[in-house]
Design a protein. Structure first.
Length: 230
């Protein structure tokens, strides 16, 4: 591709990432997820852009922990190291799923961040990008346009992704579908803020959520241990 061609392509990607930060209520009808079991691992389908749930741990545990999260949300960022520690400790015993719930009214870069993470997933590096985007939240939260795109692209390169494929996937309809599908699932279970945690089909209490965000997550560990012992 010529230099001018690359410039045009880059401009298209920047514009598309900018568009990802707007929740598309006016152009897309609400997704019908009434028949979807939100408490199970969801397989790839046309509805989610052929992108299945991302699972850390085992797929068939009797204990399923789901986080509906926003990559730009400070509380999600605070919860991340505790959730990472817990899921690492229990990875042979529980199923952990992260679903996108970008709150773009307050976090204008959240949807673009979800797009970057989902694009990484298409190259087998979902959790690496998930962790990196959370752990670098302060670096990209205040960026916009080309600067934001460049930052996410730098992250992609740093974890060994093919740059051209990453940029193509970020701008794909499938990635956009996946994010919207996750949001629809969150709305189905009445998610209104992030992070929201669902443990075996029940939202965890505010007390447990606050312990994850503000302390060490021991209350969540105790809840998981209780379910594993049943």
């Amino acid at each position: 591709m010529s230099r001018i061609g690359w410039i045009i392509f880059g401009a298209i990607i920047v514009l598309f990432l900018g568009g990802l930060v707007i929740y598309q209520r006016s152009t897309n009808p609400p997704l019908n997820v009434s028949d979807v079991n939100t408490n199970a691992v969801i397989a790839a389908s046309d509805q989610n852009g052929q992108i299945a749930d991302h699972v850390f741990g085992i797929n068939d545990s009797k204990v399923v922990l789901i986080e509906y999260g926003d990559f730009q949300c400070p509380s999600c960022g605070n919860a991340h190291p505790k959730i990472k520690e817990i899921t690492e400790a229990y990875k042979d015993r529980i199923t952990f799923i992260f679903r996108n719930f970008p709150l773009t009214a307050n976090h204008p870069n959240a949807r673009a961040a979800s797009g970057a993470v989902e694009a990484a997933g298409l190259q087998g590096k979902y959790w690496e990008m998930h962790d990196l985007v959370f752990e670098s939240q302060n670096e990209w939260s205040g960026l916009a346009g080309e600067a934001r795109t460049n930052k996410f692209t730098d992250y992609a390169i740093s974890i060994g992704l093919d740059k051209d494929k990453f940029l193509t996937d970020v701008a794909s309809a499938d990635v956009n579908k996946k994010i919207s599908f996750d949001q629809a699932l969150g709305k189905k279970v009445n998610v209104s803020g992030t992070p929201t945690f669902v443990l075996n089909g029940e939202k965890v209490s505010t007390e447990i959520s606050n312990d994850i965000v503000q302390s060490n997550g021991d209350q969540l560990k105790a809840a998981i241990d209780k379910l594993l012992a049943e």
